[in-house]
Design a protein around this ligand. Structure first.
Ligand code: THU
Length: 130
């Protein structure tokens, strides 16, 4: 399945009554299966949870822990980059060269690797003294 179509379709289900900014995300896991997510806000924490985090949760719940490709879409003037927390979450399950394509509903797009999105990141090697 094409990630942009999946992200575009799922975005319609985003729950964003506070920001009114609907985001859809689709990730391809190592098996080839595509998992999707949307942002889900709530009155106490209006920023809610991001679409990328939702897609990752769906992947992990299905028993997969490797992702190979990511697509995010929003109705914005320029491609929306994942927030800092989502970058760290994506890095947990992706690789340095995993491509993240950020799209706008009017056809704009920008592709960056996870390494470009989160250089100098904390990883397990920083806890390794042996
Ligand atoms: N949001 C995402 O879902 N993904 C991003 O990459 C950026 C921001 C959501 C969180 C919140 O519901 C709304 O966009 C505004 O911050």
């Amino acid at each position: 399945m094409d990630l942009l179509s999946a992200a575009t379709k799922v975005r319609e289900n985003a729950y964003a009554p506070y920001s009114r900014f609907k985001v859809g995300a689709a990730i391809r896991a190592a098996s080839g299966t595509v998992y999707t997510g949307v942002n889900v806000e709530n009155v106490a924490y209006p920023e809610g949870t991001c679409a990328e985090a939702g897609a990752i949760a769906a992947m992990v719940a299905a028993g997969e822990t490797k992702l190979t490709e990511v697509c995010v879409i929003a109705d914005s003037p320029a491609p929306v980059p994942p927030c800092g927390g989502c970058r760290q979450k994506l890095v947990e399950f992706g690789a340095s060269d995993t491509r993240v394509t950020m799209c706008t509903t009017d056809g704009g797009s920008l592709t960056m690797t996870l390494n470009e999105l989160l250089p100098g990141r904390f990883d397990a090697s920083h806890m390794d003294r042996t």
